[in-house]
Write a protein that binds this ligand. Structure first.
Ligand SMILES: CC(=O)N[C@H]1[C@@H](OP(=O)(O)OP(=O)(O)OC[C@H]2O[C@@H](n3ccc(=O)[nH]c3=O)[C@H](O)[C@@H]2O)O[C@H](CO)[C@H](O)[C@@H]1O
Ligand SMILES: [Mn+2]
Length: 383
């Protein structure tokens, strides 16, 4: 009897154990399968999102092998002591750089002042900018002038034409914006339609002293940046109008804060730099201070960075003026003090601002931008 019960209960226990085993085995398999499926789907989703994670090699990666022990330029210094690149021809690959910056869809603003007789330089400046300045990128050139009717018609390079439609005058504070447009001609290459050069003319008062015009630039640059910041514009370059482009000025020049070494002083010891030397000025640089002598005729960078520079230089220039002092080279002196304290993240060699009258030095393989020869007495409102 007892034996019979034991056999029965043993069978029951075995059956229960068997059912439990089968249940747990099946549920394990199901849940495990679910996990695998979920994982698979997740990785499939990641790949499907785009090629951000799946690294597809773009065309531009096919270029000559770079080296860290042999460079094509050993006659010049290509990096500052604070590790900012110094841009010389032969230190960069323009095709590679363009292919990195073009997909970012950036806009470059350029500001140029043509007050009084300086309007005569504008035609050459614009025509050559069209040929050499950020070709293939969106460029908006702001022209500040007191002679808007003398803004010249500009002959565009092939593939572009001047759009002559004019906007209605639009008031903005003390300035008037009234003309716009230099668009690419519609052509079969659709990509080109995205790239255009636009001209915006702003009215500024006539000045009695050239120093005023030169110095007021910082104030107007500050204002333009304040207007443009919300529009997501990216970079700005502030350039002298009495100059012309001769060669490429492009994406290799982009950086947070960009300064250009002055063509007249880059081989000199710092004691010879024409910094402001009176301690009473806010542009003062003491003996033993200063990295390079930078020019006032070309500088730039990210909007936020240049805004801070323009605001600071304007403030210091005006505070000096209140105390009856004008720095030796006006805003150029303040810019040099600024760049000593706030090191530029990229320095452009004198290729980026040469002077037409100056014979080219051997280390200058290409002149990209240079000041034209001019007779100051003829063109400035005061001597
Ligand atoms: C190449 C370079 O770095 N040049 C700088 C240098 O002399 P520059 O001799 O090159 O100065 P400049 O006569 O070209 O004047 C600077 C700029 O102010 C504008 N302007 C000037 C006078 C005038 O009547 N109308 C007019 O529109 C114009 O855009 C001109 O390009 O020192 C100046 C100091 O004040 C500026 O820092 C310049 O940028
Ligand atoms: Mn100039």
């Amino acid at each position: 009897m007892i034996h019979l019960i034991n056999v029965k209960s043993l069978t029951a226990v075995l059956v229960i154990l068997g059912v439990l085993f089968l249940y747990s085995f099946l549920s394990y398999r199901t849940s495990h399968q679910q996990n695998i499926t979920a994982e698979n789907r997740l990785s499939a989703d990641v790949v499907a999102v785009g090629n951000e994670f799946h690294l597809v090699a773009p065309e531009h990666l096919q270029y000559e092998q770079p080296s860290i022990v042999q460079g094509s330029r050993i006659d010049v210094v290509a990096v500052t002591p604070w590790l900012a690149p110094i841009v010389w021809e032969g230190t960069f690959n323009p095709v590679l750089l363009d292919s990195i910056y073009k997909p970012k869809n950036i806009t470059i603003i350029a500001t140029v002042f043509a007050v009084g007789k300086y309007i005569m330089f504008l035609k050459r400046f614009l025509e050559t900018a069209e040929q050499h300045f950020f070709v293939g990128f969106k460029v908006h050139i702001y022209v500040f002038t007191d002679r808007p009717n003398e803004v010249p018609p500009v002959t565009m390079a092939s593939g572009r034409r001047v759009n002559r439609t004019r906007k209605q005058p639009k008031r903005s504070n003390t300035l008037t914006e009234f003309a716009t447009g230099l668009f690419p001609e519609a052509n079969s290459d659709k990509k080109r339609l995205h790239f255009f050069l636009q001209l915006i003319v702003r009215l500024v008062p006539t000045a009695k002293r050239w120093q005023e015009i030169s110095a007021r630039r910082m104030e107007l640059i500050q204002m333009v940046i304040e207007e443009q910041l919300p529009n997501n514009r990216n970079y700005i370059f502030c350039l002298d109008v009495d100059s012309q482009f001769h060669g490429r000025w492009g994406s290799e020049s982009l950086g947070g804060l960009v300064a250009v070494t002055h063509p007249g002083y880059y081989r000199d010891p710092r004691s010879k730099f024409p910094y402001e030397r009176r301690p009473s000025s806010r542009a003062y640089l003491a003996p033993g201070e200063g990295d390079f002598y930078y020019c006032g005729g070309a500088f730039g960078g990210l909007l936020q960075e240049v805004h801070h520079l323009a605001k600071t230089c304007r403030h210091n220039f005006e505070a000096d003026a209140q105390e009856g002092i004008e720095a030796a080279w006006q805003e150029e002196s303040h810019l040099n003090r600024y760049m000593w304290i706030n090191k530029p993240s990229k320095v452009l060699s004198p290729e980026y601002l040469w002077q037409d009258f100056k014979p080219r030095n051997p280390e200058v393989h290409i002149v990209r931008f240079s000041g034209v020869v001019k007779n100051y007495a003829d063109i400035r409102p005061n001597a």
